[in-house]
Design a protein around this ligand. Structure first.
Ligand SMILES: [Zn+2]
Length: 135
């Protein structure tokens, strides 16, 4: 069983190895991403590391005027990614800029949610982080 502190360190270690890991509940089977040591669905603490399916759909986007504190103050474009299991992850989009916000909103309005996947990318010079890549 994982304890609370090391989960975040291990998660960043996995990201630095290019691995997109979540924690899978050994009691009800639900996947937590980003990983947490207690299952959101059943409260179990019997969680184990498991690689996630990084594919999903972006159903909404949002420009963050404050960046990702404390890593950057840069204005960035975020997406709301729904995985196939229904979980939602909010993160930066790596292949569209803020100036393309209206274009993406129009695409979602016309085509519905956009196919996307999570990829490991740089957060700053030390850490990596999951980025949303629209396909
Ligand atoms: Zn559970």
């Amino acid at each position: 069983m994982a304890s609370i502190g090391p989960v975040i360190k291990e998660w960043y270690d996995y990201l630095n190895q290019g691995k997109m890991m979540g924690m899978k509940c050994q009691d009800c089977g639900s996947m937590e991403f980003p990983p947490v040591p207690v299952c959101d669905h059943c409260g179990s603490m019997h969680m184990e590391w498991a690689e996630i399916d990084p594919h999903g759909e972006v159903f909404a986007i949002n420009a963050n005027s404050t960046g990702i504190h404390p890593y950057t103050n840069e204005v960035s474009l975020s997406g709301y990614l729904r995985f196939k299991d229904g979980n939602i992850f909010i993160g930066r989009i790596d292949n569209y800029g803020v100036e393309q916000q209206d274009e993406l909103i129009e695409r979602i309005a016309k085509e519905g949610p956009l196919k996307a996947e999570l990829v490991v990318g740089p957060l700053d010079e030390h850490f990596k982080y999951p980025w949303i890549h629209i396909l």
